[in-house]
Design a protein around this ligand. Structure first.
Ligand code: PLP
Length: 381
């Protein structure tokens, strides 16, 4: 930091210049985030100084958080759920597994707890494993890229604290057979966390019904991210538990604050993101999210139709607006799309493919232009 501050004008110029270097979402087909809704941005700005880490000072924002939790608890079919707003899927996953581990260790002696996750689990579970010293056991996937129930069963032992099911996997947008995972969890008396960070704001609004939430009796916690398909601002995640015991197991005393205990991972938390989530959820309502999801799915099917005409096919029939394509040399295709045409796409690891996420910022014109560019790359690969 310099001794003397810069002028406002100079700072604005630097910021404008930096902003110009950021990619616009109009070139992005790889991200699970998008432009937040206008009303979310307004609410975010209005509550910019609000700190939910000391919510006794911010009673109004705290009430908004309670409303957000209540709306999502109802959406996920368990009005009595307890939880809090996190910074996103990673924090929700860490805290969900931490509470599982704490409750498991309260009732059983165990030197090395383990957790069974699908091979398609987000890399946040590798962080979970490292932070919590819980062994990660990765269950293989079936031909539809859903977790194999046989593989899950074979990995469970007396040190297994619980299972993870994915409702909208990062790479494939696939939904695990969560009804079966729920049965296994109940049979083995272990916990079941559902990572619906992406799919939580998609599945309830699709025409086809997928069972993935608290309606299934074995499901003990769910991560759902308003800052992905919820159109809220970053950082906005939500973690919900079936019972308050889970939250209690995360309790820390906070002697110098206006509230005497915290259950969260971070101390200071964004009240702005809470207000943003409240605003957009109330503005759109279920009807608005249904429309948004339906538009994303229309675009997804439009893309698939155009690609089929070029003999490019998806690895699985997409459940949601995530498409993994069978494309040879996908890593080279990805970098050529970026270098020659300024498109950001990503690749899947296992199996290899080209991955596109059709977020609400995507338009028919974007897809037409992308398909044309992809065709050119594939012709010369
Ligand atoms: N879980 C899933 C299924 C995800 O797709 C992601 C991110 O894309 C995460 C967790 C992590 O979310 P965040 O980046 O908000 O921490």
């Amino acid at each position: 930091m310099k001794e003397t501050g810069l002028s406002e004008e100079k700072i604005r110029n630097i910021l404008d210049d930096s902003k110009r270097q950021d990619l616009k979402y109009e070139h992005v087909l790889s991200s699970m985030c998008t432009y937040p809704h206008r009303i979310a941005v307004e609410a975010h700005m209005q509550f910019i100084e609000s700190n939910m880490g000391d919510f006794g000072l911010f009673q109004g924002t705290y009430n908004l958080e309670k409303e957000v939790l209540s709306m999502l608890s109802h959406l996920l079919h368990h009005p009595d759920a307890s939880g809090y707003t996190t910074t996103g899927g990673t924090e929700s996953n860490i805290q969900a597994i931490r509470s599982m581990r704490n409750l498991f260790l309260q009732r059983s002696k165990c030197d090395k707890p383990n957790l069974v996750v699908p091979d398609s689990a987000h890399f946040s579970f590798d962080k979970v494993s490292d932070i919590l010293d819980v062994e990660l056991r990765k269950a293989s996937l079936d031909e539809h890229l859903r977790v194999s129930i046989d593989s899950v069963n074979s990995l469970i032992d007396e040190n297994t604290i619980g299972l993870v099911g994915i409702a909208g996997s990062t790479e494939f947008g696939q939904v695990d057979p969560i009804d079966k995972l729920s049965e296994i969890a109940l049979k083995n008396n272990i916990f079941l966390h559902i990572d619906a960070a992406f799919g939580g704001f998609v599945l309830p609004f699709l025409e086809e019904v997928y069972k993935f939430d608290f309606l299934l009796p074995g499901v003990t916690s769910i991560a759902i991210d308003p800052h992905k398909m919820g159109l809220s601002t970053i950082p906005s995640g939500v973690l919900l538990f079936r019972s308050s015991d889970f939250l209690e197991s995360l309790k820390a005393d906070t002697p110098y604050l206006t509230v005497s205990t915290q259950y969260t991972l971070t101390g200071t938390r964004s009240g702005a993101a809470v207000a943003a989530t409240y605003a957009v959820m109330n503005f759109l309502g279920k009807e608005g999210y249904r429309k948004m999801v339906s538009e994303c799915m229309d675009l997804t099917h439009y893309l698939l139709k155009k690609l089929a005409d070029m003999d490019v096919h998806p690895l699985i029939e997409p459940v949601m607006n995530v498409v993994a394509l069978e494309v040879p040399k996908s890593d080279i295709v990805r970098s050529r799309l970026a270098n020659e045409f300024n498109w950001q796409v990503s690749i899947t690891q296992n199996p290899h493919g080209l991955r596109l996420v059709i977020m609400p910022h995507v338009t028919f014109e974007m897809i037409d232009s992308f398909v044309q560019d992809l065709k050119q790359v594939l012709q010369t690969i």
